[in-house]
Design a protein. Structure first.
Ligand SMILES: Nc1ncnc2c1ncn2[C@@H]1O[C@H](COP(=O)(O)OP(=O)(O)O)[C@@H](O)[C@H]1O
Ligand SMILES: [Mg+2]
Length: 468
C-alpha cells in the first residue's frame, strides 16, 4: 500500500507505473521517477514533449527502454519508436539494454530484418492487443515520414538532427495512445535538445493551450545508485576539465568540441550605434531548391574606417540570410539587392566549388570572387574568424537583428577531436558559418603569389612558375 504523510493514496494519486513496474521488478531512480511522474501528470489526451538530460550514467538509456515497455504494455495495439542516430550505437547500447531488462514473458515476436522490432503483449490476450516497438536509426530519417506512433523515444538526442526530431513530432498520432510521448534523452551537447529543454525556447504557452506539455528533468550521476561505487569521483579524476563539466556534472555550458570557443553571444554583440565604415563585404554559400537541401546562406558586414571610435578594420556583421526550398534563389537576390541599395558597393566571396552560381551572380551585377579552396582552406578560414573573435577587444561583432548567427556559432562543432592531426568541422547547419568564413577571406590580402625559378636540367632554358 502506498502512503504519504500517513494517509493512503487514492487510486488517482498513485503513480501510474506502480503496477506495471512491479511485474518487472523495476525500481526507478529518484530522477527517473520524477520524469515518469511528470509525464503521467501531463494532459490526457495530449502531447508530452520531455527531455531527460545531463551526465553520463544518469540512467537515460534505461529510462528510454522502460518507457518503451510501459507504452507498449499500457496501450493495446500501440506502435512505439525507439531511435538513435547511428545503427551501431542503437544496437550496441539501447537495444542491448532493452533485451537485457525486458522480461521474456512479454515478448511475443522478435524480428531483426528488414528492420528490428519486437512485439510485446499478454499471450492470453488476442494478438490485436499486442504492441510493436520499432528500433530505428535516424541517419536516413525521411523514410519514417509515413509512420504513426503513440510514443517516440530518442536516445542520445544530441546526435540527432533537429529536422529529424521535428519530423518525428508530426508522427505522434497513433490512436492507441491518447497521451502521446515524445521523450528525448541526451548528454549535454549544444543543439536543439539544449534549446528546447534547458533553455526553454519552444512556445510553451501556445503548446499548453493545445494540450501540450514540455517537461525537462536533468539527469545527474549522483542520482543513479546503480553505478559502481566512486564512479563519479573516479571519472572526475581521469577526465579533462570540460569533460567533467559536460559529462560528469551534466553542464550544458562546457563546450567540448566547439569550433568557436571564444564566441560569446553577449561580448560579440554590437549594441552601440554603427560606426563609419570603410567598405562592405559579404559571404555566400549556395544550397539547393528543395526542403531537404542545405541552406542557402549569406552574411553581410561593414569594415570600420579610421574615423571609427573602435578603430579601423573592425568587422561588424549587419545582416544574415538563411533559407531553403523552392524560390530560395530569388529570395537571396532580393536580400542582396536590399543591402546593396542601403550600403552601396558590396564585395562578396562565395564557395569556389559553386562556379555556375558565381557566374550567375556576376551576370546580375554582383561583385563576387570565389573562396580560396584547397586542402587546408577550411581550417585557414576558421583561424581568420577565430583571430577576430579572440582579439582583446574583439575585432568582429554581429548586430542584434541577426537571429540565427549566434546559435549557429555556438553549435558549430568539430566532427573529430581537435587534437587529431587534421580536425574537421561537423557538416551540420554550417551554411551560415561557411558564408561567414568566406567573407573573412576578404579581410586579408590574398596569399602572396610566390614566383619561383625552376632550376633547369643542364642545357635547358630556365622556366618561371607562379605558385598560388
Ligand atoms: N532504475 C534502475 N534500476 C537499476 N539499474 C539502473 C536503473 N537506471 C539505470 N540503471 C543502470 O545504471 C547504469 C547506467 O544507466 P544508463 O541508462 O546506461 O545511463 P546513461 O544512458 O545516462 O549513460 C546501467 O547499468 C543501467 O542499467
Ligand atoms: Mg545512455
Amino acid at each position: 500500500m502506498v502512503k504519504t504523510m500517513g494517509r493512503t493514496l487514492t487510486d488517482r494519486e498513485k503513480p501510474w507505473f506502480l503496477r506495471l513496474h512491479r511485474g518487472r521488478r523495476l525500481e526507478l531512480t529518484e530522477r527517473q521517477r520524477e520524469l515518469f511522474l511528470k509525464i503521467g501528470r501531463g494532459p490526457n489526451p495530449g502531447l508530452i514533449v520531455a527531455g531527460y538530460g545531463g551526465a553520463m550514467g544518469g540512467g537515460k538509456t534505461r529510462a528510454i527502454v522502460e518507457l518503451a515497455i510501459d507504452a507498449a504494455l499500457m496501450h493495446a495495439g500501440n506502435n512505439v519508436l525507439v531511435a538513435r542516430q547511428h545503427y551501431t550505437d542503437l544496437s550496441s547500447t539501447t537495444m542491448k539494454e532493452f533485451f537485457r531488462v525486458c522480461p521474456e514473458e512479454y515478448i511475443r515476436q522478435r524480428q531483426t530484418a528488414p528492420t528490428p522490432l519486437v512485439v510485446l503483449g499478454d499471450k492470453r490476450k488476442p494478438s490485436s492487443s499486442w504492441s510493436t516497438i520499432n528500433f530505428r536509426h535516424l541517419t536516413e530519417w525521411t523514410g519514417l515520414g509515413s509512420q504513426e506512433y503513440g510514443s517516440v523515444l530518442i536516445d542520445e538526442a544530441g546526435e540527432v538532427a533537429e529536422e529529424a526530431a521535428r519530423m518525428l513530432l508530426t508522427r505522434l498520432r497513433h490512436p492507441a495512445q491518447t497521451q502521446r510521448w515524445f521523450v528525448a534523452a541526451s548528454n549535454p551537447w549544444p543543439g536543439w535538445f539544449e534549446r528546447w529543454f534547458a533553455r526553454r525556447e519552444l512556445d510553451e504557452a501556445a503548446f499548453a493551450e493545445a494540450d501540450g506539455r514540455v517537461v525537462y528533468i536533468p539527469a545527474r550521476i549522483p542520482d543513479n545508485p546503480h553505478l559502481p561505487e566512486h564512479y563519479a569521483a573516479q571519472q572526475r579524476a581521469l577526465q579533462p576539465g570540460e569533460w567533467v563539466q559536460r559529462f560528469i556534472e551534466g553542464s550544458f555550458e562546457a563546450f567540448a568540441g566547439q569550433v568557436y570557443e571564444h564566441f560569446d553571444p553577449k561580448l560579440h554583440r554590437w549594441d552601440a550605434p554603427l560606426p563609419p565604415f570603410d567598405r562592405y563585404i559579404g559571404g555566400l554559400d549556395f544550397g539547393g531548391q528543395s526542403h531537404q537541401d542545405h541552406f542557402t546562406a549569406g552574411v553581410v558586414a561593414g569594415v570600420t574606417d579610421r574615423r571609427a571610435p573602435c578603430g579601423p578594420n573592425v568587422l561588424i556583421r549587419l545582416g544574415e540570410f538563411e533559407d531553403r526550398g523552392p524560390g530560395v534563389t530569388g529570395r537571396l537576390e532580393v536580400w542582396q539587392h536590399r543591402w546593396r541599395s542601403k550600403l552601396g558597393r558590396i564585395q562578396w566571396c562565395a564557395d569556389r566549388s559553386q562556379s555556375a552560381w558565381i557566374d550567375h551572380q556576376r551576370r546580375l551585377g554582383n561583385r563576387v570572387v570565389p573562396s580560396k579552396g584547397g586542402p587546408d582552406s577550411v581550417n585557414w578560414g576558421i583561424s581568420l574568424v577565430q583571430q577576430r573573435l579572440s582579439a582583446d577587444p574583439p575585432t568582429s561583432y554581429y548586430t542584434p537583428t541577426m537571429q540565427s548567427f549566434p546559435t549557429r556559432m555556438r553549435e558549430y562543432q568539430w566532427a573529430n577531436s581537435k587534437t587529431d592531426q587534421s580536425p574537421k568541422p561537423r557538416k551540420r547547419n554550417d551554411d551560415l558559418i561557411d558564408a561567414d568564413r568566406y567573407m573573412h577571406e576578404l579581410t586579408v590580402k590574398p596569399p602572396r603569389r610566390r614566383v619561383m625559378i625552376v632550376t633547369p636540367p643542364v642545357g635547358r632554358p630556365a622556366r618561371w612558375s607562379v605558385e598560388e
